[in-house]
Design a protein around this ligand. Structure first.
Ligand code: ZN
Ligand code: ZN
Ligand code: ZN
Length: 361
């Protein structure tokens, strides 16, 4: 069954009249079409009953016809510059009680849809798409495995790039090049957080000069030609690390292992988070672990399922997500270890396999 057919079934089962998918990850998941997000409306309409069709600006029609969406047999409905594409969608789907809007639809578009479909309650299409997107097929797991190997190859080069006297920005530029050289299509983020900057989980790059004795958090990722993303963190030390850093790094490593070991079908997302948090809290560093343990990954770097307290979603084989506990000491330094894992019938497969022991360079 195609993703489109599965989505139509799920839409009908959810009792939603139609899904409206504008350019973004939902549309890419369903059709493979990487349409540009523009003010001109491109929208795949998936009615619960009836055939899906895609409204496209006339000037985008050649691009749509050359996209994988054409192979799905979806009817393209082009519109001209003076047409109202929103009214066109409303006319074709008729009166519906509920519409599901792509989670990343722009507000200017969702408000126009409200104007032309005033009776329809607006919901997130994600409520229907989440189960489909969250549970990766074997082909999707292969794509994530390939992404994992590519970013591991970059981490293998990092010790050679980290040197006292270089700035974070210089190191980051080299890493960005390596991300592309390793097979990624785009560089999504490069975090090189040295010394005190390591205490800020999303610090990116600065002109700070790396010093001897600095722990350095390196969190990097990109998107492969398959569309699937990589994301992996290792923490390095340039020369011998400070004693208070060495004291918690080993605890962090055990916490990350404990969370990976907790992964198996039926276990809730929140208990994977708890497995990591318990180790860190028991060692007295609980207040310095200031974020959730992980996030799902696929066509987006951050997607469901989130590995966080309160998320009782049970894992099933095919769920793919990061396990990335961290410890952050404000003004001092920080550390994070991050692997992407996939839930398998018997446990977890790590898609990142670089050593997790502290690498002293
Ligand atoms: Zn993050
Ligand atoms: Zn991550
Ligand atoms: Zn990351």
């Amino acid at each position: 069954m195609t993703r489109l057919a599965a989505l139509r079934e799920a839409t009908a089962a959810a009792g939603i009249g139609a899904l409206l998918l504008t350019p973004g990850p939902d549309l890419r998941y369903v059709t493979g079409y990487e349409a540009l997000p523009l003010e001109r409306l491109t929208c795949l309409v998936v009615p619960a009953a009836g055939e899906a069709f895609m409204v496209v600006p006339r000037l985008e029609l050649p691009a749509a016809e050359h996209s994988p969406a054409a192979r799905l047999g979806v009817e393209f409905v082009p519109w001209d510059e003076t047409d109202d594409p929103y009214a066109l969608v409303a006319r074709r789907i008729g009166p519906v009680a509920d519409v599901g809007l792509a989670d990343r639809m722009w507000a200017m578009q969702s408000l126009r849809f409200r104007d032309v479909l005033p009776e329809a309650r607006q919901l997130l299409a994600g409520s229907v798409l989440r189960d489909l997107r969250m549970t990766k097929s074997p082909a999707e797991v292969d794509a994530l495995r390939e992404a994992g190997a590519a970013i591991d190859a970059v981490h293998a080069l990092v010790p050679g790039l980290l040197k006292a006297g270089r700035t974070e920005r210089e190191v980051g530029r080299d890493i960005a090049e390596a991300i592309v050289a390793a097979g990624h299509e785009t560089v999504d983020f490069v975090i090189v957080a040295s010394g005190p900057n390591g205490a800020s989980p999303h610090h990116e790059l600065s002109q700070r000069v790396i010093q001897a004795g600095d722990p350095v958090v390196v969190d990097i990722g990109g998107r492969m030609p398959s569309g699937y993303c990589s994301d992996s963190t290792r923490t390095y030390s340039v020369g011998e690390p400070p004693a208070d850093f060495a004291a918690y790094y080993e605890i962090l490593r055990r916490a990350q292992d404990a969370a990976c070991a907790a992964v198996r079908p039926g276990v809730s997302c929140e208990s994977v988070d708890a497995a990591a948090r318990e180790v860190i809290t028991e060692a007295g560093y609980g207040e310095y672990f200031i974020h959730r343990t992980g996030h799902g990954i696929g066509l987006e770097t951050h997607e469901e399922p989130y590995i966080v307290a309160g998320n009782t979603e049970p894992l099933v084989p095919g769920h793919a997500f990061s396990v990335e506990p961290g410890v952050y000491l404000p003004g001092r330094h920080g550390a994070r270890i991050e692997d992407i894992v996939v839930c398998t019938p018997s446990g977890a497969e790590r898609l990142n396999v670089r050593p997790r022991e502290l690498v002293v360079v």
